[in-house]
Ligand binder design. Sequence first.
Ligand code: ATP
Ligand code: MG
Length: 259
Amino acid sequence: MIEHAPAVLDVRDVRKTYAGDVEAVRGVSLSVARGRLLVLAGASGCGKTSLLKMINRLEETSGGSILFGGEDIDGMDPVALRRRIGWVMQGDGLFPHMSVRRNVGLIPQLAGQDPARVELRVREMLELVRLDPDEFGERLPAELSGGQRQRVGFARALAGEPELVLMDEPFSALDPITRDGLQQDFRALQAELGFAAVMVTHDMAEALIMAHEVAVMREGQLVQRGTPRELMASPVDDYVTGLLETPRRQVQAIAELGR
Ligand SMILES: Nc1ncnc2c1ncn2[C@@H]1O[C@H](COP(=O)(O)OP(=O)(O)OP(=O)(O)O)[C@@H](O)[C@H]1O
Ligand SMILES: [Mg+2]
């Protein structure tokens, strides 16, 4: 595997044991370079969200190390770290009492940018996710559709010019057409802006379509990491084969219809 650029994120043998001896993550290593999207897949409870939370220090690791831009995050101020990382969660994670404009401008504002510059950034971000700032800027999240809210969530995550974007099932609440549109828009955004990204999804079709690389987790461990093509060609075990079964069957069923 050729790495095209130095890693933005380097996770080394990371572990997480919660109170009560729950071993949620048991020695995971992975890295993500600039402009690359790594998808984390695997069954419910296998430790995906725990891993994301350790990367932006919402949870502390129980072992191993995480390097961000070559620097160990343990030695970094958590707030400063989070400002360099965009976070897109399931649902959208917007502040319900704040307008779209304020939600998107939050990070640049907290970073101390002057109001005119924040406003410019907000407009730029909303346009990037294809929402008209004049039409949507003053609305509250409750006054938007789910897909529009998710777009605002992306705009907010990207507004601070993050080097890394972490996403936990960002598309799961959306209808298939909105989802398809946003998936494509996200890839285009990433190509344009060049940040590294880690996305958690349960949807293997989504993983295969969007990822540069897929990392499959099972019970806190990484069972396989590879390009979508590598995974399809040679799944390492029955678990990975099983995960790939659904998209395979769907593709076959649709192909049958065309015969
Ligand atoms: N704060 C916590 N305290 C104790 N155990 C936890 C905590 N958070 C998660 N766990 C446990 O750690 C394991 C991994 O949870 P995690 O949320 O990382 O899984 P996941 O892969 O994101 O699952 P899902 O796909 O359902 O979101 C689970 O067994 C879960 O019950
Ligand atoms: Mg989760």
